[in-house]
Ligand binder design. Sequence first.
Ligand code: SAH
Length: 263
Amino acid sequence: MRSGDRKFAPGTVWLVGAGPGDPDLLTRKAERLLRRADIVFYDALVGPGVLDLIGPEAEYVSVGKRAGRHSRDQRTIDALIVDAARARKRVVRLKGGDPSIFGRANEELEACRAAGIPVSICPGVTAASAAAADLGLSLTSRGLARRLTFVTAHTSKGAVPDVDWAALADPQATLAVYMGKAAAAHISSGLIEAGLAPDTTVALMENASLPVRRSFVTRLDLLPLAAKSALGDGPAVILIGEALHGAAVARAMPAREVAHAGE
Ligand code: SAH
């Protein structure tokens, strides 16, 4: 183990970012921690290629969390982590993307700290970064998108998401909406009513970084339709703003189609 993770001592916990799915997007540090762990608690969104990197002797436990599907509640997960560390195991809590972005990391950090268990974080590539890479564009753009906002529009049982649309309707910003598929209609109407142009570019990216990824570029007023018809049931991030315009342009370029056809 190198510098920061040299001290992966028994009885300690690492919250490790698994990245968006492609195991090549895992950090080297994450890979080392996975090899050394005695037990790994992983989310449903962690790619199978990443799980292959777990050491052969390690136990691995799915604590799968996917919207709308059965999952262990957060307190149970907190307790499992704490108990494993108390049993003197080297514990990895493997979380999709970056643990510090919509990953309930605080609950787990607090549970460990309250139990006196040393806990550290290994960052990961977040879904929005992976989606931008797949689309071949930048999330920020000088003079066009000076602000990048990560927002979640997760709602329980179809409730209206509690989001301050007026604060988000900035034509010079890029919005990266996580867990937003079910709330697509609210996102679209909320932002348009708050003043964002109906033809603002929107890119939807499902399964970013994976071979099965799917993307769709549309406009804000057509987002609800696109979210229903253009995606499957994988995790999807919604990117909104003029920085995404490049994705629309790239898609319209006939040269790309020719290149693909010739492959
Ligand atoms: N900590 C994660 C986010 C967890 S919230 C991160 O940093 O990426 C779960 C949401 O992340 C999903 O509903 C989806 O909006 C997004 N997401 C995760 N993996 C994704 C992927 N491979 N492609 C697109 N969106 C993804």
